[in-house]
Design a binder for this molecule. Structure first.
Ligand code: 13P
Length: 280
C-alpha cells in the first residue's frame, strides 16, 4: 500500500529502489503537460517552483494552482519549493501549504548550511512539511568549480548535515550539472554509494535533463529516491511556443498556441518519466 505522506513515500521509495520525479514548472500550461504525462503512467509527481516562480506569483497562488489540478491528475501532486537560498521564502512556502521545501545552503560553509537547514527543519516540523537540504554542489549555471573537491559531497559533511540539522531528504553533489551540458556528466557512483551507506535519508539527484537513462537507473538502485528535471521542460515549452507565435504574432492567441504546445511538453515529460520508471 502506497502512502501519500511525502516523507514516508520517499523513505519507501528508497527502500524499494524507486524514484519520484520532480519537474520544475513555471505556470499552468507546463504543469498541465506534466500532469497529463504522469496520468499516462499512473504516477504521482512533484511540481517544483524555483524561487523566481514562487516570488513572481506568490507561494499562495502556486499552492492554489496545484490544488486546482486535483481534478485533472489521477495521483498526488506534491508541491515543492526548489533551491531556495532564503530561509524566509521557505517559511512562506510552509505557511502557504507547500508539501516540501528545499533550503539550499550549499554555497555557504558547512556550519552555516547546517544552521540554515536546521532553522527550516524546526519550522517545517509542526506543519509536517518535507525538507530537502543540499551538500556539495550541482554544477552548471553560475556555479564555477575548479576541482572535484569544490562540488563532490564529502561523506563526513553529509553525516554532519543529517545528524545536526535533520533534513528529511538530501541533494548530493556527485558530478551532475543543471541544464544542457556539452558532454554527459560523469557521475561519481562510488561517492554516491559511500553516502548511501552512511545515511538512511532518501537522496536527491539534481540536473535530470543531462543525465543518461542508464545512469539515472543505476543511481536509483543506490539510494536516489527523487530526481529533479527542469531545463528540458522549459526549453521545450519556450521553443514550441516561440515557433508558433513567430508564424503570425498578430494573430497569436494564447489558448490556441498552448493547445499545441502542451502535447509537445507532455511527450518530453513522458520520455523522462519512462527513464525514471523503466519497469512501467
Ligand atoms: P535540469 O534543469 O538539468 O533538469 O535540473 C533541474 C534541477 O536539478 C532542479 O533542481
Amino acid at each position: 500500500m502506497m502512502t501519500t505522506n511525502l516523507t514516508s513515500l520517499l523513505n519507501q521509495y528508497r527502500t524499494e529502489k524507486r524514484c519520484l520525479a520532480g519537474f520544475n514548472i513555471n505556470d499552468i500550461y507546463d504543469l498541465h503537460a506534466v500532469a497529463l504525462a504522469a496520468n499516462e503512467l499512473d504516477l504521482p509527481f512533484m511540481a517544483m517552483t524555483y524561487p523566481p516562480v514562487a516570488e513572481l506569483n506568490g507561494t499562495y497562488l502556486c499552492r492554489k494552482m496545484v490544488d486546482g489540478f486535483e481534478k485533472i491528475a489521477n495521483n498526488k501532486i506534491y508541491l515543492h519549493l526548489d533551491h531556495s537560498t532564503s530561509v524566509d521564502l521557505c517559511k512562506q512556502a510552509i505557511d502557504d501549504g507547500y508539501d516540501s521545501v528545499m533550503i539550499d545552503g550549499s554555497h555557504h560553509d558547512l556550519k552555516t548550511n547546517i544552521q540554515m537547514t536546521r532553522e527550516v527543519v524546526d519550522y517545517a516540523r509542526s506543519a509536517g512539511v518535507t525538507v530537502e537540504a543540499e551538500i556539495g554542489k550541482i554544477m552548471g549555471r553560475d556555479v564555477v568549480v575548479q576541482s572535484e573537491d569544490d562540488y563532490l559531497a564529502s561523506v563526513a559533511d553529509v553525516i554532519a548535515l543529517c545528524e545536526e540539522a535533520g533534513p528529511n531528504i538530501v541533494a548530493v553533489g556527485i558530478g551532475t550539472a543543471h541544464g544542457f551540458t556539452p558532454t554527459t556528466p560523469k557521475i561519481h557512483f562510488e561517492r554516491l554509494q559511500a553516502i548511501a551507506n552512511a545515511v538512511p535519508n532518501p537522496l536527491v539527484l539534481h540536473g535530470g535533463t543531462g543525465i543518461a537513462d542508464e545512469d539515472i537507473q543505476k543511481a536509483i538502485t543506490m539510494g536516489i529516491a527523487k530526481i529533479n528535471i527542469g531545463t528540458i521542460v522549459h526549453t521545450t515549452y519556450m521553443r514550441e511556443a516561440h515557433t508558433r507565435i513567430n508564424k503570425d504574432v498578430q494573430s497569436a492567441y494564447p489558448p490556441f498556441i498552448m493547445k499545441e504546445v502542451i502535447p509537445e511538453v507532455q511527450a518530453v515529460v513522458l520520455d523522462r518519466l519512462k527513464a525514471v520508471n523503466p519497469h512501467l
